[in-house]
Each structure stands twice: as C-alpha cells, then as structure tokens.
Design a protein. Structure first.
Length: 81
C-alpha cells in the first residue's frame, strides 16, 4: 500500500510540476516510493508485518508530499542558476 501511495504521489507531483523529461518523472516516483515506505514504517513502529494504521498512512502521505515539494523547489532553483 505504501509503495502504491508513494508512486502515485510522485507521478502526481510530476504532473503538477509539468515535468516532461522521463528521468525527472522516474526520479520523482522513486523519491515518492522511498519516502513513503520509510515514513510509513517509522510511524508504524518499525514493522510492516501486520496491518498499517491510518496514522502511518497519513504520516507517509504528509512526508511524501513535503519531500516532493522540497525536491521540486531545489530542482527549480538549480535550473535558474
């Protein structure tokens, strides 16, 4: 569930940022998956065995969104410089 959540968030971020380069889209999807899995695991007391709580899904969603916003801000700043 966390992998699907992270991939979807990364894909949506590439649409909102109007990224058209395949490498950029894949980087955002990979970043979304990585952050979602790590944040969800930390919020779920370090275990993926059993079920996920709504809290861990919410934490994963928030952390993935924040990481993708930060990534796009840094990427845009790098392009301008």
């Amino acid at each position: 569930m966390l992998i699907v959540l992270g991939a979807t968030m990364g894909w949506m971020a590439s649409i909102l940022a109007r990224s058209e380069a395949p490498g950029t889209i894949l980087r955002q999807i990979a970043l979304g998956v990585a952050v979602s899995v790590v944040a969800g695991e930390i919020a779920n007391d370090g275990t993926m065995i059993g079920s996920l709580s709504f809290l861990s899904l919410g934490v994963a969603l928030a952390a993935t969104g924040a990481a993708l916003v930060l990534y796009n801000a840094v990427a845009r700043r790098r392009v301008r410089a």
